[in-house]
Write a protein that binds this ligand. Structure first.
Ligand code: SF4
Length: 370
């Protein structure tokens, strides 16, 4: 990877010079970087910022994915996971099943349950509250990171409660943090092509804001590599940055590469191939530069990127590998290999001569590896 001096010598765009000087980038700067900048210079600059903020350590969490239902009232063209409810493989887990899966998670070494599901049209708020209480009562040591802002918004609408009421009741029942899914791309021009029946970008952001104000930290994501315009990437990341300035509530930003297989976007021929790795790395590097000093962590999700490109992405601004993703179902439905071991993730990080560290949900380091 080239040094910062090399970047200056070769000569990047004015926006890259600004990023390297530590100045906050504007929307126009971001558009210039994503459309025009040399990929390797982008990577070198993003890597410098990463190093300044996070050093050589690459973190990950021992996480178990628990998808409580695949029944969904929405029908997003980007999704290979959802079912309408009467298919043979439609399912909804009972509280007992969820508690026994939590025990499996702990036995596998997970410190976090990552719980997300479809927008089930018939489950009341008590289902979610009972789920939280039952897990916490059986396994108080595990952190529950559950329900994306999009799910919270749906549950609030369905149960005729305010978002704040839903969040408060779930927090009282044991919810510790929120995952960052459902953000997709905020810009309505792209969003209307990839989601149907899900909250708007503004509603997602407002739900995350309310969670943060109640003391619930959350991840944030961006699904890229489908029908978005590069400007919509920039718009999305800046919206995340600006909300984080107000709430300090995001733990990490996770750019998620879109997986094509079995989605309506594939079946209708709207997209015929997944995005090239050069584009993926460009998006990750530009995200790192746009977030600047405001949000410390950028996670590379090896499940979506593939393990090899995830290793490369750690030199394009990434300082975290998300987690072990035990039992992941959503990307699996779109044809991706999921689930790895703590040892394998640590090994992948060591291979690129960085320092692996296992963290908790809130980015506290709990284990280092020799
Ligand atoms: S992306 Fe989420 S909300 Fe959309 S159809 Fe799939 S499970 Fe439902």
């Amino acid at each position: 990877m080239q040094s910062i001096d090399a970047v200056s010598k070769v000569g990047g765009t004015a926006a890259l010079e600004k990023a390297l000087a530590g100045e906050e980038l504007t929307y126009d700067d971001g558009v210039q970087l994503i459309n025009e900048e040399n990929l390797f210079l982008l990577g070198a600059a993003a890597d410098q910022i990463r190093k300044k903020l996070a050093g050589n350590v690459v973190t990950f969490v021992g996480s178990y994915y628990l998808n409580y239902t695949n029944v969904c009232a929405a029908s997003c063209p980007l999704c290979a996971f959802y079912r309408k409810g009467d298919e043979q493989d439609a399912y909804t887990l009972s509280t007992d099943q969820i508690v026994s899966r939590s025990k499996m998670a702990i036995d596998m070494g997970a410190t976090e349950l990552h719980i997300v599901g479809g927008f089930h049209p018939k489950l009341g708020l008590d289902y979610y509250e009972n789920m939280m209480r039952a897990i916490k009562s059986a396994h108080p040591q595990i952190t529950i990171k559950a329900f994306t802002p999009a799910e919270i918004f749906f549950i609030a609408r369905l149960t005729r409660n305010s978002v704040k009421e839903v969040l408060s009741r779930l927090k009282e029942s044991g919810l510790d943090a929120l995952p960052g899914g459902g953000a997709e791309i905020f810009h309505p021009e792209t969003r209307k092509k990839i989601v149907i029946g899900k909250c708007s970008g503004d509603e997602w952001l407002d739900t995350a804001r309310q969670a943060h104000e109640l003391g619930l930290k959350s991840n944030c994501t961006m699904l890229f590599g489908h029908v978005e315009k590069p400007e919509h990437i920039v718009d999305h990341v800046i919206k995340i940055r600006e909300l984080h300035k107000k709430t300090n509530g995001f733990t990490t930003f996770i750019p998620l590469k879109f997986s094509l297989e079995n989605t309506e976007l594939e079946q209708k021929g709207l997209i015929t191939a997944e995005s090239p790795s050069t584009y993926d790395l460009r998006v990750i590097a530009v995200s790192r530069l746009l977030l600047g000093n405001v949000l410390r962590n950028v996670s590379v999700y090896w499940v979506a990127l593939g393990k090899k490109i995830a290793q490369v992405a750690l030199s394009y601004g990434g300082n975290d590998m998300v987690g072990t993703a035990f039992s992941e179902e959503i990307f699996k439905a779109a044809g991706k290999a999921t689930g790895t071991s703590i040892q394998e993730l640590a090994g992948m990080i060591k291979e690129i001569k960085r320092e692996p560290a296992q963290r908790d949900t809130f980015f506290n380091i709990i284990k280092r590896f020799d």
